[in-house]
Write a protein that binds this ligand. Structure first.
Ligand SMILES: Cc1cc2nc3c(=O)[nH]c(=O)nc-3n(C[C@H](O)[C@H](O)[C@H](O)COP(=O)(O)OP(=O)(O)OC[C@H]3O[C@@H](n4cnc5c(N)ncnc54)[C@H](O)[C@@H]3O)c2cc1C
Ligand SMILES: *[C@@H]1O[C@H](CO)[C@@H](O)[C@H](O)[C@H]1NC(C)=O
Ligand SMILES: *[C@@H]1O[C@H](CO)[C@@H](O)[C@H](O)[C@H]1NC(C)=O
Ligand SMILES: *[C@@H]1O[C@H](CO)[C@@H](O)[C@H](O)[C@H]1NC(C)=O
Ligand SMILES: *[C@@H]1O[C@H](CO)[C@@H](O)[C@H](O)[C@H]1NC(C)=O
Ligand SMILES: *[C@@H]1O[C@H](CO)[C@@H](O)[C@H](O)[C@H]1NC(C)=O
Ligand SMILES: *[C@@H]1O[C@H](CO)[C@@H](O)[C@H](O)[C@H]1NC(C)=O
Ligand SMILES: *[C@@H]1O[C@H](CO)[C@@H](O)[C@H](O)[C@H]1NC(C)=O
Ligand SMILES: *[C@@H]1O[C@H](CO)[C@@H](O)[C@H](O)[C@H]1NC(C)=O
Ligand SMILES: *[C@@H]1O[C@H](CO)[C@@H](O)[C@H](O)[C@H]1NC(C)=O
Ligand SMILES: *[C@@H]1O[C@H](CO)[C@@H](O)[C@H](O)[C@H]1NC(C)=O
Length: 637
């Protein structure tokens, strides 16, 4: 944080010029209290008597991109803001500006490695998302950031043969972070970044697999502390709209917090399985699948209202009657694209009982790979039955100590008693018994979803040396025993060659396809969502990791794509360099999304890897020769 001699006096001045800064407005259903603290033209006019407000002003007319600089402005460029301009920015933010110090820099106190106890603790707990989320700039997918400041043992030696010792630079992390606590601060950050031609990023939790919450030389808006949750007993949706219980959540609310809150009010929310993922950020804006998706659809299907700061700096409400194009686009079109969401209203569902199941199996001298795949076949054969019952399952197949290890992190059977559940899976277990599958399932019933969620999904590790790719397999790909065999063979082929996989069984419930939002249409016919992922150690040779990474995109995922023409995949759990991503992530909705992007953000204030409109931009360097590096310059093509 900046501390300057003038700051205290300046804050007083701000409060005097802008009385609402000093007010704590009451919680209504339209705004969370800090959403009443807004930057308006009146405020700017008042400020203009005492200071230059040009860098913080709204934009009423967007400039044609052709008149704007080719690249964003970077440290060292002549038009990079001076220290005094950054200090002035911090002052109008009332001291919410943080100069980035990469989290692992504590291991490099004077430029070289010092193995202190704090560094050791950081090294040991680097995989703990709870801790990384509390840092202003730490992210999970550091690979695409360039791994420029890691705890020393986690150094990315594999990135280049020229890396011979641990080191720490800011790399692809933002230069500055705005720790926002009001709409005014979000607006100031958007206006400052736009008027100064700076790259702007948004970090909520930093979970994104595509490192979409960092960027070299950027200003970051950190939404993590926007945690307010309000229960709305009776939301009135207007003519023909939803009426009933709802919640308004600030942008920083995480999945586990949302579930605890819903339990308190005796309702159920459609949220993800990952505990520490943000509920309102990349998750819901990318569509958001849930253990409750087979029953109730995607999280984005239940958004009733969105408060958002747009690229011009204006704060608007988007709902079924106002700013309907943004309302449509943000429900599935992706984060970091149309604006900074400050809060959302979400439909709440009734409390339900839930049965969960977990199990695992591993190949051994007693259980061959062929038996293993026979077991998978028997399971996949019943995917339609399970999804139609409203079930969801999240399972993995991994290479562990030379064996194949399959575990169901969990099955979720919403609104289903343990008796009914056991009856429904009995035929599969009978087949498994015939095959000789060594498995001991754990099955439990809970009288509410939040408790089932807590039991079923332990906190996942914050893993970083990995790459992934994915594909939707529609119902048609599992419609006959031959199709099921084809699908499993395609999955087996990549496992045989060294990949690991995650397999989800779910559907979107009947009627979902007619919901008019930006959720990828390919979600609506899906029955199996498969992710392939590869991992490596930090000292693996560069050519090996390069080939592994290239195999994912150019050898293995094409096999899945070939079986599923016209289908797609989920932007939030996809290949960082997904070929033809516009079609894969958005299908026939892409043209409309791009039009909305160009209406609301023609200057490209918001950018993220493979986000709508990003084809007009390019990172100047690549990691391992093929992965756009967030530790390089962002320029228009
Ligand atoms: C362990 C784990 C479990 C997961 N489980 C699920 C799951 O069950 N279902 C599912 O659908 N997905 C799941 N995901 C994927 C998840 O949805 C994405 O990683 C998502 O991008 C995370 O969003 P975030 O806001 O938490 O993360 P961040 O990395 O902070 O943000 C992700 C993207 O959203 C943007 N963004 C964040 N906040 C805002 C905002 N307020 N306004 C505008 N843009 C914003 C960021 O700029 C970035 O582009 C999981 C991921 C992990 C790592
Ligand atoms: C602008 O300043 C005037 C006088 O100082 C004050 O009365 C008014 O409320 C201020 N307006 C805003 C929006 O802060
Ligand atoms: C700084 O680095 C040197 C080695 O380059 C080391 O000897 C010294 O102890 C370090 N100082 C601190 C405070 O860690
Ligand atoms: C992760 O860190 C949090 C906060 O310190 C701690 O409570 C939790 O136990 C840690 N998780 C693991 C698996 O170590
Ligand atoms: C949408 O938001 C506007 C502005 O807040 C409000 O006037 C309108 O009633 C809302 N429409 C619905 C259907 O809630
Ligand atoms: C294989 O089965 C035998 C006999 O049932 C048992 O003793 C042995 O432990 C099993 N081995 C493995 C690896 O499961
Ligand atoms: C739950 O199941 C019961 C029948 O057992 C059914 O009447 C009810 O509609 C179901 N609830 C939901 C939300 O699907
Ligand atoms: C595998 O399942 C068994 C039986 O339910 C359980 O005891 C064991 O902990 C599980 N192993 C793993 C690694 O999940
Ligand atoms: C991180 O790794 C350690 C050791 O490998 C493990 O004990 C711990 O549970 C992991 N933490 C998380 C959150 O997975
Ligand atoms: C790291 O991975 C490479 C390539 O797979 C392998 O050759 C090497 O033995 C591994 N090193 C360790 C320490 O596991
Ligand atoms: C890449 O895939 C080819 C087959 O397409 C395989 O021969 C090779 O071993 C793979 N390389 C790695 C590193 O996985």
């Amino acid at each position: 944080m900046f501390h300057s001699a003038t700051s205290f006096a300046f804050q007083l001045l701000l409060v005097a010029a802008f009385p609402s800064l000093a007010l704590a407005a009451s919680e209504g259903t339209d705004f969370l209290w800090w959403e009443n603290i807004q930057l308006t033209q009146n405020v700017l006019t008042n400020w203009s008597y005492t200071m230059d407000v040009t860098p913080y002003s709204f934009r009423s007319n967007f400039r044609p991109p052709s008149t704007l600089p080719k690249c964003k402005t970077y440290p060292g460029d002549s038009d990079w803001p001076s220290d005094s301009q950054w200090a002035a920015f911090d002052n109008v933010l009332t001291l919410k500006l943080i100069k980035t110090v990469p989290e692992a820099s504590i291991c490099y106190p004077n430029g070289s490695v010092v193995n202190s106890p704090q560094c050791q603790r950081l090294t040991d707990s680097w995989n703990n998302s709870t801790l990384r989320i509390e840092d202003p700039t730490s992210i999970r997918s550091v690979l695409f950031q360039g791994m420029t400041c890691m705890p020393p043992p986690h150094t990315g030696y594999f990135l280049s043969p020229s890396i011979t010792s641990p080191s720490c630079t800011i790399g692809g992390f933002p230069e500055y972070v705005v720790k926002v606590g009001s709409v005014t601060q979000v607006q100031l950050a958007v206006n400052f970044a736009r008027e100064k031609n700076l790259r702007l990023v948004i970090k909520n939790t930093g979970h994104d697999f595509g490192a979409k919450s960092v960027g070299k030389g950027s200003v970051s808006i950190w939404t993590h502390f926007l945690k307010d949750m309000v229960f709305i007993e009776k939301w009135k949706g207007g003519k023909g709209g939803y009426e009933g219980p709802a919640v308004r959540f600030g942008a920083g609310v995480q999945v586990w917090e949302a579930n605890e809150f819903s339990k308190k009010y005796g309702v159920t929310l459609v949220g993800g399985e990952g505990k520490t993922v943000g509920h309102i950020g990349g998750y819901i804006q990318g569509g958001g699948h849930s253990p409750l998706t087979s029953l109730w659809g995607m999280a984005a299907d239940h958004v009733l209202s969105i408060n958002i700061v747009t690229a011009s700096g204006h704060f608007i409400t988007a709902n079924s009657t106002h700013n309907t194009d943004i309302f449509w686009a943000v429900r599935g079109g992706g984060g970091s694209t149309f604006g900074v969401v400050t809060s959302m209203v979400l439909r709440a569902f009734p409390k339900i009982k839930v049965t969960t199941m977990r199990y695992n199996m591993t190949t051994s001298s007693n259980f061959s790979r062929d038996q293993f795949w026979e077991a998978q076949k028997a399971w996949v054969a019943d995917f339609k039955k399970y999804a139609d019952l409203g079930y969801y399952s999240y399972t993995r197949i991994r290479h562990v100590n030379g064996e194949l290890f399959h575990d169901a992190t969990s099955w979720i059977a919403p609104n289903t008693s343990i008796t009914d559940f056991k009856a429904s899976v009995a035929p599969m277990f009978a087949k498994w018994k015939t095959i000789g599958v060594p498995v001991t399932p754990i099955i439990r019933e809970f009288d509410n979803y939040p408790d089932a969620f807590t039991d079923a999904f332990p906190q996942e590790a914050w893993t970083w040396a990995m790459r992934q790719a994915s594909r939707f397999f529609p119902q048609a790909n599992l419609a006959t025993p031959e199709k099921q065999e084809q699908t499993l063979d395609a999955i087996r082929s990549v496992v045989d060659e060294g990949s690991n996989t995650i397999i989800f069984n779910m559907r979107n419930p009947p009627g979902s396809a007619s919901i008019d939002n930006a959720v990828n249409p390919a979600w609506r016919s899906l029955l199996l969502f498969a992710i392939m992922f590869v991992t490596w150690n930090t000292t693996a040779p560069t050519p090996y990791v390069t080939e592994l990474s290239r195999n994912l995109t150019y050898e293995w995922n094409p096999r899945w794509r070939a079986l599923t023409p016209g289908s797609g995949t989920y932007m939030s759990e996809s290949d960082y360099i997904e070929p033809n991503w516009q079609q894969s992530f958005h299908g026939d909705k892409y043209a409309r999304l791009l039009k909305i992007k160009k209406t609301w953000d023609p200057e490209g204030v918001f950018y993220a890897q493979n986000a709508v409109g990003s084809e007009e931009w390019e990172m100047s360097e690549k990691i391992l020769g093929h992965l756009p590096s967030q530790n390089s310059k962002l320029c228009r093509i």
